[in-house]
Design a protein around this ligand. Sequence first.
Ligand code: FES
Length: 167
Amino acid sequence: MKTLSSKELVDEVKPILERFRPERAALIPILQQVQAKLGYLPREAMLETAHFLDIPASTIYGVATFFNEFRFVPLGRRPVKVCMGTACHMRGGELVMEALERELEIKVGEVTPDGEYSLDRVACIGCCVMAPVVVIGEEIHPRMTPFKVEEMLAITRQDNTQAGPPE
Ligand code: FES
């Protein structure tokens, strides 16, 4: 997704706000819809939401940071998601996450400096028999181990080279 200006971000958020009454109970659904549309919660969206609901922006930020599902930087061109559902967690999902953090040199919730990879945790994606599972873009990588992480990323980087430079 191309980078939007502050005005464009506000223009994206306004139609979402119009679907709701300006009451505090709408906060989480608004944030969920903004993230579904933009892929993250930009500062502009939180300020606009604060204005709409007439509550302090710091409250919005506090609520948003409480929940793991929200992110505050745009996704990378190749979003990496590590399943942390029960089956994946039990079969080493946390170790796979640590290996990805080492390999990508970022922490969960961050994006690599070149904007290529973002790293996030997700709840069960419904293929527990293949646990632990990592999803890169649309592609599911089953039965991951920390040792397979380097090879998996090398393959995705190779695919990227063949696909040509990013837009
Ligand atoms: S717990 Fe990971 S796919 Fe279900």
